[in-house]
Design a protein around this ligand. Structure first.
Ligand code: DQA
Length: 140
């Protein structure tokens, strides 16, 4: 059985409430429940933090054990060289997910420093991007 970790960064705890016209009206907890039902044959874990160091600690914790990491580092995506380095330091492949299309928004969002060290970036598919990322890990 494959084990996959989802890590969500800052402000994603407010999904469903935060800018719903961009991020939708569903909480991640609710969505995560449906996701688990879609993948009954994998062990799916979810972690969210608003703190850069916590995201790094979680990457270190699971990054030598799990089969895949789905990371939405949120705003850290655009400037956290520390998270980018952590992704490079671990062995587990990381797929980066963005709910919105970061390439179609403000200029600062078009740059992903963390994505440089990820095996793939899925952007602009809404919450379905998480499912697509998991599917990719199951193909490999
Ligand atoms: C986001 C895009 C980021 O630019 C933003 O800071 C977020 C969410 C997304 O999922 O679309 O917090 O990562």
């Amino acid at each position: 059985m494959k084990t996959i970790q989802i890590i969500n960064g800052p402000n994603l705890n407010l999904l469903g409430i935060r800018e719903p016209e961009i991020y939708g009206r569903q909480s991640f907890e609710y969505f995560f429940d449906t996701l688990k039902h879609q993948f009954p044959n994998i062990s799916l874990q979810y972690y969210q933090s608003n703190h850069e160091g916590d995201v790094i600690d979680k990457l270190h914790e699971v990054g030598f054990l799990y089969d895949g990491i789905v990371l939405n580092a949120a705003a850290y995506t655009h400037y956290s060289y520390a998270i980018a380095d952590a992704i490079k330091a671990i062995r587990t492949p990381v797929i980066e997910v963005h709910i919105s299309d970061i390439y179609a928004r403000e200029d600062f969002r078009k740059i992903s420093v963390t994505g440089e060290n990820c095996v793939d970036i899925i952007s602009g598919k809404g919450l379905d991007g998480y499912r697509l990322a998991i599917e990719k890990f199951l193909i490999d």
